[in-house]
Design a protein around this ligand. Structure first.
Ligand SMILES: [Zn+2]
Length: 151
């Protein structure tokens, strides 16, 4: 039997798919987002086995395979662990560039929290302290924190 695959011309098709969708973020995600919206609070959850505090709050610990039921209110401040500055526009970007995606370790958390920094991009460095700036109009989404700013 011959291997017909080696003689096939690899063709491609260009396409564009836009699929509006809505999904339930779950009980834990709903409480996390409602706290942002209603109380300007950032909630994490603490694993009963390893003690790690996750933010956004999680329903279970992937390392310990246990449910998490302890909620932790985190301070809206932390340290930049990593960042990248975005200079190009794309429909998938949440805001107009330039801005930075930053991994922020909030005080009291054990994992990074991915969010945006919009100001002082030329001053960003890992290790700098930042604080959350909440949006004036909050609707129960992650951008209820408008961005983080240098302290
Ligand atoms: Zn754990």
């Amino acid at each position: 039997m011959s291997d017909w695959r080696k003689d096939v011309e690899p063709l491609t098709l260009k396409g564009q798919i836009a699929i509006p969708y809505t999904w339930h973020v779950g009980d834990v995600g709903s409480r996390f987002l409602a706290a942002l919206r209603d109380e300007k609070k950032i909630l994490g959850s603490r694993c009963p086995e390893c003690g790690k505090v996750f933010v956004p709050a999680r329903k279970n610990c992937g390392a310990c395979f246990v449910d998490i039921s302890e909620w932790v209110e985190l301070k809206p401040e932390g340290v930049i662990e990593a960042y990248t500055i975005v200079h190009y526009s794309h429909p998938i970007q949440p805001v107009k560039p330039p801005f930075a995606y930053a991994l922020i370790k909030l005080d009291g958390a054990d994992v990074g929290f991915l969010h945006l920094i919009k100001k002082d991009l030329d001053k960003l460095k890992n290790g700098l302290r930042v604080k959350a700036e909440f949006s004036g109009e909050r609707t129960g989404k992650i951008l209820d924190i408008d961005s983080f700013e240098l302290v």
